[in-house]
Write a protein that binds this ligand. Structure first.
Ligand SMILES: CC(C)(COP(=O)(O)OP(=O)(O)OC[C@H]1O[C@@H](n2cnc3c(N)ncnc32)[C@H](O)[C@@H]1OP(=O)(O)O)[C@@H](O)C(=O)NCCC(=O)NCCS
Length: 176
């Protein structure tokens, strides 16, 4: 179970105050914790990412490596880049990630949704997706798409996503 706790301090050895939240994770970060657990997690759209740490995170979910320079460019051109951190006052740990591309006005597409396997199954992926959709809504985007491997589709369906009808609306083109 997730406890929402935006901007207030949580009892435990690793308390986080409003000022710290802002300092470490930037504006509009979202803090939450889990029942009976002292770990605090934070979604952020402003905290700077270490691209090596991101590369390592994406490797933990088995994705093939991408050149760091290209990833940097891809993030620069993304309209929303969200990182999910296990809070630590000194060394927050990147445990989840997702980003969106789009026109910034009408439509967005979600990419690279990942939660470190050590932290999977605790509701973090769901919180990450909620945060993304809230942030997209804030900038006025109401139509969001994503592409998912068949085995992950139910993760999204549980959160209210619907499949495109009969596989008839989608086309792909890949450069050789
Ligand atoms: C998919 C992923 C982001 C889910 O993160 P997570 O933190 O484990 O998910 P949550 O704990 O928030 O799970 C939310 C719900 O989805 C379900 N779920 C989680 N992972 C799932 C999966 N891979 N397939 C189907 N359902 C899944 C959970 O059982 C839970 O169900 P509930 O609502 O009945 O409790 C994570 O498993 C991951 O990083 N996978 C590898 C990368 C990947 O495939 N990303 C998706 C690219 S399209």
């Amino acid at each position: 179970m997730i406890f929402r706790n935006q901007g207030s301090s949580i009892k435990g050895s690793n308390n986080i105050s409003k000022d710290e939240l802002l300092d470490i994770y930037g504006l509009n970060s979202y803090e939450f914790t889990q029942k009976n657990e002292e770990e605090i997690f934070v979604c952020s759209k402003n905290k700077e990412l270490d691209l090596i740490e991101l590369d390592q995170l994406l490797q933990t979910v088995g994705w093939s490596r991408r050149p760091i320079r290209r990833v940097k460019r891809a993030l620069d051109f993304s309209i929303l880049v969200v990182s999910l951190w296990r809070h630590d006052n000194k060394f927050p740990r990147l445990v989840g990630f997702a980003r969106c591309t789009g026109d910034g006005i009408i439509e967005a597409t979600v990419w690279d949704v990942a939660v470190n396997p050590v932290y999977q199954g605790k509701g973090l992926g769901r919180e990450l997706m909620k945060y993304i959709l809230k942030e997209l809504k804030t900038i006025g985007i109401k139509k969001v798409t994503l592409f998912a491997d068949a085995e992950v589709v139910s993760f999204y369906k549980r959160q209210g996503w619907t499949l495109e009808p009969k596989g008839s609306k989608c086309a792909f083109w890949y450069a050789n």
